[in-house]
Every structure is written in C-alpha cells, then in structure tokens.
Design a protein around this ligand. Structure first.
Ligand code: 5AD
Ligand code: SF4
Length: 465
C-alpha cells in the first residue's frame, strides 16, 4: 500500500464540477452543508462545500434559503440519527416552497442499510444519498441528479481508495484539519466506526506535507492532524514513517505555528511520541486520550487492550514529561454489565488523572456491534451512574481550569470576541479560550497574554510585549 491519492479519479470529478458550473453559473444559487458528529465529518463537509463553491454555489446562512442542502450524518450514537430525522421533517417544508431545492444525505449513517431504507421510505423527497467510501464522487452524483431528475442512492460497501486533490472550503482561514489516515481497525465492541469507515489506511506522508505547505502559503498557521487512531499512523505504508516522525516533519514547515492531533488510542501512544511532543514547542500541549471506562472487566469487554493501571501510568507519564500538558477524554457510562463498583473505578481514574475536560456519553447500542447483542442495562440505573461521573468530571475540570491564572502564556489569536468588538478571542496551546483587548494585532498572530482572571472555563487577560 502506498497511500497515494487516486489522481485519475480527482481529475474525473473535477470535470463534473466544471460541467455543473456551466449549469449553475450566474443563477445566484445557494448551498448549506449541515454536519453531525466528529472532526472527520467536519473535514468531509469542508470538501463538499469546496466542490459546491467551485461549481458556483454560495453559502446560505440558513437551511430555508438553500438551493442545495447536504446533511453529513453520524451514527456513533442513536441521538445523531434522531436529530437528522427531525431536521428532514422540517426540510420537507422548505422543499415544498422551493421546488428546485435539492436535498443530499451522506456520512456514516448512510453506511447503515436500515437508515437508507428508512429514508427512501419515509423521506422520499431526498434527492441524493451517498456514503463515506464514495464521498469524493459527490460532483458526479449531483450532475446525474441535475440531468435526470431522479433520486439517486449510491452506497459502497467498502473502499480503500484515497481521493484528495479536490476543492476544499475551509471553515477558518487561519487553521485547518487534515486527514492523515482513514478508517479504524480496532473494533471496540460498542463502536460502529470500523464498519462504516472501513479499514485503516494512512496517507502518503509527502502528500500530507505538501497539502499543509500549500495551505500555510495561503495563511494557515495551525493544523489539526486527523485520524481515528493517529498513533498507529503509517502501518502498511511503503515508507517507514510513523506518527512521531510525521509530527516532526510537519513541525519543520516554515510559517506553521501550532500542530494539534486527534484522536489518540491509549494502547498505541508510544514513549517516542511523548518525547517528540516534549521537545517540540510547536506541538500543542494538549492530548485527547479517550478512557471510555475505568474498570478492567469493562475495558476487556470493550476490547480496549489496556487496563486501568496501564492507562493511569501512561497519563501520569505524559504529565511528568510534558510540562503544562492538558489531558482530555471521552468517557462512557452504561456499557452492558457495568455495575456501580465498575463506575467507581471510572471515577477513581478521573480523580487521579485530573482531566482538564471530558466528553461523557451514555452508552448507546449500535446495531451490528458485539455489545448490542449483550444484555442491556436499565436506563434509570445508567442515568444515576452517568450523573455521578458527570459531576466528578465537572468538579475536576473546574479546578483544573484555574491552574494558569496569573501566568503569561502564548495565545493564538482566533477571531474577534463575539461579545465585544474591541477584544480578541484566542486559544492557549492547552486549548483553553482566552479573551483580551486587541492592541493592533490580527487573526493568526501568536501573542503573549497575561491570564489575569479565570472566568470558569475561559480566561480574561491582556497582551504583554
Ligand atoms: N455509545 C456511546 N458512546 C459511543 N462512542 C462511540 N461509540 C459509542 C456508543 N455506541 C463514544 C466514545 C468515543 C466517542 C467518539 O464516542 O467515547 O471515544
Ligand atoms: Fe471506535 Fe475504538 Fe476505532 Fe475509536 S478506536 S473509532 S472507539 S473502534
């Protein structure tokens, strides 16, 4: 496997973009892409938006004014699907007012047969359905729909192709996400991702560097390297590049000021990665390290490949080696057979690791995963345990949030403060938000800010020269 992009396919899709541009030109048509789910989906949506802009569509502010509306869906938890169906009900009324309006649905949920069937049956006004493996074919599918006026559903069971080199409309000018790998091979027993995103495949490192360099020339100063499990980057590539090596190469790009990455699986986080982060000030002092659960029994049933003590010793090693690092996590409550004492173990980890923040989820059974076949817990029981975990996370992260008060730290200026046009909003390397008076700087500037006061989950400060 070489991880190189399929150039022939991107040239083909660009031809469809040009053809649609011929149809759309000067008609003042608008688009909107609505994204559910994770940062991977956010990135995919930027790609869909990029193609639409190249075709001549401009971005609508609301769903009701869009001539083409794309829903990029998620299937990690049940509520993402429920929210989609709610939105579709409303979208129907927009379509009744604007007969030429098109509705497309893509993303992880569309890799599930039952969801596609439901949409075809209950929401027949949807024009285009496609999945995660053929997202790059969006221009072709849209062209076919415009030509034939018949609904299209095109879902691929699997896919190992990497098709980049298509237009991208980035949400921010100064920062970007970039896929360094696709798919996941871990098969945690609760998770749908390996089924809907396919096998793990890494992109060629040279292509990654080239893409970042060209965006840096365009004004990007911060990059987020994206993958379901970035720590296993490089497996199966012809080159010998692993994730720490890739990070070092990315850091060498002139003009790039900050490098982030997401997500790390604890089982694959190596000492060499910790060393590279510690030695390299461009790499953010922030590691998102999903715990999921603290009980060894539950971790085993989840197929996570680490124990509670493995996790804690890794987290403490990271904290010791990387000064001022912030640690965040994903934590799940209510996995089959989880007892109160299992949840006590989770709470013990939260208290010992002292997370700066954590997303907490109630376990949601996903059809086709091994855990969905197990006996499920009573909802009320789960709710009680969930509340205990949430309370603990909130307490610890509130205490942690204050820890930089009074210090002067580097802040990347991200934009104008929504509540005060005279102030900027920026972010610490640790990911905390900071507000400060402007003093002649601009978005994308790295400034030194004294963090005068912690306001709960953000700081107020002022620039110091
Ligand atoms: N139910 C609840 N949460 C889940 N996650 C993944 N699958 C499920 C599920 N079936 C959570 C995990 C993961 C995050 C992205 O979503 O905590 O880290
Ligand atoms: Fe899902 Fe586990 Fe893969 Fe993360 S590592 S995407 S939780 S299977």
């Amino acid at each position: 496997m070489n991880g190189l992009t399929d150039i022939k396919e991107s040239v083909r899709q660009r031809e469809y973009i040009d053809r649609i541009a011929g149809l759309v030109r000067d008609r003042g048509l608008k688009y909107l892409v609505v994204t559910f789910g994770c940062q991977m989906n956010e990135r995919d949506s930027e790609k869909i938006a990029g193609s639409l802009e190249e075709m001549g569509y401009t971005k609508a502010m609301e769903e009701s004014e869009a001539d083409i509306l794309v829903y990029n869906t998620c299937t990690v938890r049940e509520n993402a699907a429920v929210r989609l169906y709610g939105r579709l009900g409303v979208a129907k009324s927009y379509k009744e007012k604007n007969k030429d309006m098109l509705i497309a649905i893509c993303g992880c949920l569309m890799q599930e047969e039952h969801a596609v069937e439901k949409i075809k049956k209950s929401y027949p006004f949807v024009d285009i359905i496609f999945g995660t493996h053929n997202i790059f074919r969006f221009p072709e599918l849209l062209y076919k729909r415009l030509e034939s006026s018949e609904s299209i559903a095109d879902i691929w069971e699997c896919g190992d192709r990497i098709v980049e080199d298509l237009p991208v409309r980035r949400k921010y000018d100064f920062k970007m996400g970039i896929n360094i790998m696709y798919g996941c091979d871990n098969f945690c027993t609760y998770c749908k991702v390996p089924y809907v995103r396919g096998r793990e495949r890494s992109r060629d490192p040279k292509e990654i560097i080239r893409e970042i360099e060209s965006c840096v020339e365009d004004g990007v100063v911060e990059v987020m390297l994206l993958g379901q499990n970035v720590n296993s980057y490089g497996k199966g590539l012809d080159t010998k590049t692993d994730f720490p090596m890739l990070l070092e190469e990315v850091c060498r790009i002139d003009g790039l000021k900050r490098v982030r990455f997401m997500t790390s699986h604890p089982k694959d986080l190596s000492d060499s990665l910790i060393r590279v982060i510690a030695e390299n000030p461009k790499i953010a002092r922030h590691i998102h390290l999903p715990l999921q659960a603290g009980s060894d029994r539950i971790l085993k049933a989840m197929n996570r490949h680490y124990t509670k003590e493995d996790y804690i010793s890794l987290a403490l090693r990271i904290k010791q080696e990387i000064e001022d690092v912030s640690l965040t996590s994903d934590i799940m409550v209510g996995f089959p057979h989880e007892t109160e004492s299992d949840v006590d173990e989770t709470i013990d980890v939260i208290e010992r690791v002292r997370y700066d923040g954590a997303f907490t989820f109630e376990y949601s059974p996903r059809k086709g995963t091994p855990a969905a076949e197990m006996e499920q817990l009573d909802k009320e029981y789960v709710q009680k345990n969930f509340d205990r975990v949430l309370k603990c996370v909130q307490k610890v992260s509130k205490e942690q949030a204050k820890r930089f008060e009074g210090r002067t730290m580097e802040v990347l200026t991200e934009g104008v403060d929504e509540k005060d046009p005279e102030r900027f909003t920026g972010r610490l390397s640790q990911n905390s938000v900071v507000h400060y008076p402007m003093e002649g700087h601009k978005v994308g500037d790295m400034v030194r800010v004294r963090l005068d006061e912690c306001m709960g989950f953000y700081y107020n400060g002022h620039i110091v020269d």
